[in-house]
Write a protein of this length. Structure first.
Length: 231
């Protein structure tokens, strides 16, 4: 086995209670990540890292393995994805399972597709990157962003760009927050999701939605229904 999918899903979501298994267009949102990973045929092993019994049960129901529970140390509010992946990869090694590549997939990423996972993986191999993940362009040039002081006085963050046309400014991108392909040997050395040797694939705005509150959730369902009307 050489390609591992790790879906990271702890139970203690604060802003949206039980977020990782909340129904999204009729089924637990984590199901989309699991089913896409399984059906893609890219992975030798698809597992969920969780500290929560209900999440574990739902994960198995939709086709993932839950070989062990996440430790309390990586299930708190402060541990990042890199810490979780390190724990999983090291624990699997102790049971005799090692992987050349790993893909960390978030449980609230209903827009991921097998095609994008494969595109990112091919880029990882072709360019020998340490990691590859999807990004999305900011809809407005960040070079012309504004800032407010404590008295609501507004000014340009970079006034030298005030008279520049938007189309003349280079695009900036943000992490789409969906998945990260990793070379596990390199990750083991640096313990970082992206490094000075990382690449990215570009998604459009319809394929990306940060989900941090109930309004985000509704927007995500609307976008998803436009992309996948026959669900």
């Amino acid at each position: 086995m050489h390609k591992l999918a790790i879906i990271t899903a702890r139970g203690g979501s604060k802003r949206i209670p039980r977020k990782n298994i909340k129904l999204f267009r009729g089924k637990p949102i984590i199901a989309y990540s699991i089913e896409t990973a399984v059906k893609s045929g890219l992975f030798d092993y698809v597992m969920v890292s969780t500290d929560d019994d209900e999440i574990a049960t739902i994960a198995v129901q939709y086709g993932a393995e839950v070989p062990f529970k996440r430790s309390p140390q990586t299930a708190d509010d402060f541990s990042g994805t890199a810490e979780v992946l390190t724990e999983v990869i090291e624990e699997l090694k102790r049971t005799g399972r090692s992987f050349e590549y790993a893909c960390a997939i978030y449980p609230t990423a209903p827009f991921i597709s097998a095609e994008k996972l494969e595109e990112a993986f091919e880029l990882l191999k072709e360019k020998n990157y340490n990691s590859v993940f999807p990004v999305c362009a900011f809809s407005f040039p960040v070079q012309r962003s504004l800032e407010l002081d404590d008295h609501n006085k507004i000014e340009m963050r970079w006034p030298e760009n005030a008279l520049k046309r938007s189309q003349d400014l280079p695009p900036s991108y943000h992490d789409a927050g969906q998945f990260y392909w990793l070379n596990t040997a390199q990750f083991g050395q640096e313990k970082k999701l992206y490094t000075s040797n990382s690449g990215a694939i570009v998604l459009n705005e319809l394929e990306v939605q940060d989900i941090d509150n109930e309004t985000d959730w509704k927007i995500a369902e609307l976008k998803h229904s436009l992309l996948f009307p026959d669900l």
